[in-house]
Design a protein around this ligand. Structure first.
Ligand SMILES: Cc1cc2nc3c(=O)[nH]c(=O)nc-3n(C[C@H](O)[C@H](O)[C@H](O)COP(=O)(O)O)c2cc1C
Length: 245
């Protein structure tokens, strides 16, 4: 039986009487997954040199794009996309970002398959919003071949993978949300992810690029690619980005 009814507002009633871990005084989960101490951080600039494209034009032009030119995206442009999707607004308080999140819990981690980015070797990376930095998890020239296992050829976006520049893979750590809202993660994490990807759709318009959201992916292959356990952290959404023709 589908759990679609869990999207109804009555859903809240089911969980109203459950005492949250927050109310029980359990420690607040960290807003950013720790990273290995021995990695080299690639610090990104927030001094973006992107066009001043109006929001109106970005909204008007936004569409899902599946054909890319194969040209590289500049590191500065990638920095802008990362800031637009998860960037910290005020460094004094990293819970406030460029995107909203239920209870400012920000349950998503951002991983990147880097395929055509100036100044970055191909491979798998993770974004650190607090530091506004990246680190490389795995260097792999042919990383896009691994992506093709995650996004099967039956998916229309698969035709764009050889020429794409970056793929965003968002993984949820549901306890960040459920610590405050027990049982609600299934609803609000999807809502949070929607805000993130919509900002990406608008931001790419400002850098002459295109994006296509991806939901039809192979779950286990995605979690394996990201080296995450698929239980406490698992892939929930993706988006393929590239320079447009
Ligand atoms: C949650 C979500 C999942 C999607 N998954 C895929 C996908 O797996 N493959 C694909 O080619 N397009 C995917 N899309 C893109 C939709 O097909 C697209 O948004 C829709 O056809 C409307 O076109 P437009 O975005 O150009 O307005 C997805 C869009 C959303 C919002």
């Amino acid at each position: 039986m589908s759990n679609i009814k869990e999207l109804k507002s009555k859903f809240n009633e089911k969980y109203r009487n459950i005492v949250s871990d927050q109310k029980l005084g359990k420690p607040k989960p960290s807003i950013e997954k720790p990273y290995p101490l021995d990695v080299e951080l690639i610090m990104l600039s927030k001094d973006f040199k992107v066009s001043g494209l109006s929001l109106l034009v970005a909204m008007q032009n936004r569409k899902s794009r599946r054909k890319f030119s194969g040209n590289k995206i500049a590191l500065d442009e990638l920095s802008f996309l990362l800031w637009a999707t998860q960037g910290v607004r005020n460094s004094d308080n990293p819970i406030f970002r460029t995107v909203p999140s239920a209870g400012a819990r920000h349950p998503l981690e951002t991983y990147l398959v880097v395929h055509k980015v100036e100044g970055l070797q191909n491979g798998l990376y993770r974004y650190l919003p607090i530091e506004h930095a990246l680190y490389c998890i795995e260097k792999e020239e042919a990383i896009v071949d691994k992506l093709k296992v995650v996004i099967p050829s039956s998916n229309p976006i698969s035709m764009g993978l050889d020429n794409c520049a970056i793929t965003f893979l968002w993984a949820a750590i549901p306890y960040r949300t459920e610590w405050r809202y027990p049982g609600m993660g299934v609803k609000v994490i999807g809502q949070d992810a929607g805000h993130v990807c919509q900002n990406l759709y608008l931001a790419v318009e400002a850098i002459n690029s295109g994006v296509c959201a991806v939901d039809a992916y192979v779950q286990d292959a995605a979690d394996e690619l990201l080296c995450i356990d698929g239980q406490d952290e698992f892939t929930v959404y993706m988006a393929v980005v590239g320079k447009v023709i």
